[in-house]
Design a protein. Structure first.
Length: 89
């Protein structure tokens, strides 16, 4: 039971960061990327689909958005992964 009590604030903060980031990122996607979309949120991860020619720029913008969420008093590092399908990530 002690683990649950200790992990809950950490997991909650990660979830809060992801929720804020996904709301901000959805706005960025609609404004800057034709045909791109946020497909899935898994814990503290955001899964997106986009045209291959937009992948570098979309990845960069996603990292910027995720790292700019100021829910915690410490910096957050986003580590993007990319693949042709979710099974390739």
């Amino acid at each position: 039971m002690d683990r649950v009590a200790v992990n809950t604030p950490i997991q909650s903060a990660a979830s809060d960061i992801a929720k804020v980031a996904i709301m901000r990122f959805d706005k960025v996607v609609k404004e800057e990327f034709k045909g791109a979309k946020t497909v899935l949120q898994i814990h503290d991860s955001i899964v997106c689909e986009c045209l291959s020619e937009d992948a570098d720029r979309l990845e960069k913008r996603l990292v910027e958005v995720m790292e700019s969420v100021d829910v915690l008093s410490v910096p957050v590092k986003a580590e993007p992964k990319r693949g042709a399908s979710l099974s390739k990530v």
